[in-house]
Design a protein around this ligand. Structure first.
Ligand SMILES: [Zn+2]
Length: 139
């Protein structure tokens, strides 16, 4: 099907779409929704206010920024010295939250921003996420 827009117009539109939908949690939610999964957002009665709560699967998903949550990828390492204390306390809090939610009998899945925002990894990560939600008993 021929595009109704010129090449220039199309790329302008696409870049605007990318810009407005660039937050990784939005991408994750959109994908899950497209797969027929239904969820609630930022449910505050869970420790750590998970980004996505799938009651049917007793699963919560955190979409974590690599820097503040100290992912082992390169994203956060170059500034870590300045923010070490803050990040260290985030790590502790994340651990505590995850443990507390698991204690409630829920599954906890952490999705990293770098995987979602990476063109090469994003699709694979999202598909794996659906598997983790639907098929895996504990994560
Ligand atoms: Zn990362």
């Amino acid at each position: 099907v021929a595009d109704v827009f010129s090449k220039e117009k199309r790329s302008e539109i696409m870049s605007r779409i990318r810009a407005t939908n660039s937050r990784p949690e939005i991408l994750v939610r959109k994908f899950l929704f497209s797969q027929g999964l239904r969820f609630r957002k930022n449910v505050s009665h869970f420790p750590g206010k998970p980004d996505i709560v799938l009651s049917k699967y007793k699963t919560v998903v955190f979409v974590n920024g690599c820097f503040w949550h100290a992912h082992s990828c390169k994203t956060w390492t170059h500034r870590k010295i300045f923010w070490q204390k803050k990040i260290a306390s985030n790590i502790e809090r994340d651990k505590k939250n995850i443990k507390a939610i698991r204690k409630l009998g829920w599954k906890v899945i952490v999705v990293w921003k770098c995987d979602i925002m990476s063109k090469s990894k994003s699709d694979k990560r999202l598909r794996k996420l659906v598997h983790q939600i639907i098929l895996t008993r504990k994560t």
